[in-house]
Design a protein around this ligand. Structure first.
Ligand code: AQP
Length: 333
């Protein structure tokens, strides 16, 4: 059975983008695969996180994942900082990856912006840690949004260089699983920017714990244009906000934006937005209710994460110990 690894940063409450681009697919992949799901708090601190907020967000992230249907009994759910193997292997990969490779990473360029000199070195080597996350488990399939494709290519480059340098076939190739419709959900305020949990504007996103009134308000205020919806997808070209809302509606219903346009062609956003609001509330309200129920017992969430970490370490520790032996480190005991 193929082993899958994926992670999500506890850098805020997960958004509809995280749900449609990642979490919902994770839940489906639990049938027929061995899955390792990780709340990647080491990644989150590559940009500043208030300590108390990070702890709270890690628990909230775990609660949302559980509420969405992540199954910590049949699969593994844990917090990255609880399994030391990630940081240990990442250091080796820092010494395998080349500066030129990291310089090409577009996500670093986007996140660092004009202030390159002031960002953390962790943000720069983030892809090396991501490679370690996956390869510490010899996972071969990684479901991610298409914005992560370049990082996976880098992880494969690292695995190949490690294998080449140390004369081994130890690390397997990794395959991205880019799944489902609405692979990329855009900001509600700017259709050219992806929806992000750390965007400074709460109005730019739907949070997985937003209540019905908040969802209705955010959709009412979502940026659109004055035109009615067209009858073909091609005619949405140049209308990124309209295309995004149609994509979200499709992802939560049939999966086919063409069917949405068949139903709403010629209608304005005065009609389409309330319909979208209804679809969103029907999908998200049960998840928000279950999240709230789980968060009422934080000790149980922590215990679930600890049990997951023990099982994760039982897989990763021997793999990383073997990588260390291949590098030439003396055995620690
Ligand atoms: N807008 C999105 N549309 C589709 N998929 C998305 N993902 C994130 N945003 C969208 C996917 O969610 C998974 C987990 O992402 P992450 O939390 O590890 O980091 P991220 O991609 O940087 O997500 P955010 O929400 O934008 O977080 P911040 O604001 O902290 O940077 C990934 O598979 C990602 O593709």
């Amino acid at each position: 059975m193929a082993r899958i690894f994926s992670g999500i940063q506890p850098s805020g409450i997960p958004t509809l983008g995280n749900y449609l681009g990642a979490i919902r697919n994770w839940v489906a992949l639990q049938e027929g695969h061995e899955c390792i799901w990780c709340v990647v708090d080491l990644h989150a601190i590559t940009v500043w996180q208030e300590p108390a907020a990070l702890a709270r967000q890690t628990r909230e992230m775990a609660a949302v994942l559980l509420a969405c249907g992540i199954d910590p009994g049949r699969h593994i759910l844990f917090a990255q900082s609880h399994v030391r193997a990630h940081a240990q292997l990442a250091w080796i990969f820092n010494c395998v990856a080349r500066l030129g490779w990291l310089n090409r990473m577009t996500q670093f360029k986007d996140k660092a912006g004009k202030d390159r000199e002031a960002v953390s070195t962790g943000l720069y080597v983030y892809p090396n840690l991501m490679a370690a996350d996956i390869l510490a488990y010899h996972a071969t399939q990684v479901p991610v949004g298409d914005d992560q494709r370049q990082h996976l290519e880098l992880a494969n480059d690292i695995a190949q260089k490690f294998n080449h340098d140390y004369g081994t076939e130890f690390f397997p190739p990794i395959e991205p699983l880019i799944l489902g419709p609405a692979a990329r959900v855009m900001s509600l305020r700017d259709g050219s920017k992806k929806m992000s949990k750390s965007d400074s504007s709460d109005q730019s996103r739907i949070n997985m714990n937003d209540d019905a009134d908040t969802i209705a308000l955010k959709i009412r205020r979502a940026k659109t244009d004055a035109e009615p919806l067209p009858d073909t997808l091609a005619a949405l070209e140049g209308r990124p906000e309209a295309r995004n809302l149609v994509g979200i509606y499709a992802a939560l219903t049939s999966g086919d934006p063409a069917l949405v346009l068949r139903e709403y062609a010629g209608k304005g956003f005065g009609v389409f937005k309330p319909a979208l609001t209804e679809v969103l509330i029907a999908a998200l309200a049960p998840i928000a209710r279950e999240t709230e129920r789980l968060l009422a017992d934080p000790a149980e969430i922590d215990a679930t994460l600890r049990r997951g970490a023990e099982r994760a370490a039982a897989i990763a520790d021997p793999i990383v110990a073997e990588a260390e032996r291949l590098v030439g480190f003396l055995p620690p005991r």
